[in-house]
Design a protein around this ligand. Structure first.
Ligand code: FES
Length: 94
């Protein structure tokens, strides 16, 4: 069976199998790498539809176990705080 390289893997961002394989072949072997370069997983569904498929493609192409690829790396949200929060509520003198 011939693979359809123009098949959309990420339908939200219209990223094809060919684009994902190209990025993997360039040495990017994590979901985050593929996401940053192709935008796959950044669409409306936030990767719920495509992340596992992309992980499987990475795994098949690199031999990395899929469980390793799917390990979640949490990034806590960043928000600004007033400096006084770190100084017993007192504002720093300027
Ligand atoms: S299908 Fe990839 S982000 Fe929705």
């Amino acid at each position: 069976m011939k693979e359809d390289k123009e098949l959309y893997i990420c339908r939200c961002e219209e990223v094809t199998l060919r684009e994902i394989e190209q990025v993997i072949d360039e040495g990017y072997h994590t979901l985050d790498d593929v996401k940053r370069i192709t935008r796959a997983g950044m669409g409306l569904c936030q990767g719920r539809s495509c992340s596992k498929v992309i992980a499987r493609i990475i795994s098949q192409r690199t031999g990395i176990p899929i469980e390793e690829i799917l390990q979640v790396k949490y990034r806590f949200p960043v928000r600004t705080e007033k400096l006084g929060v770190f100084n017993d509520g007192e504002e720093p003198q300027t």
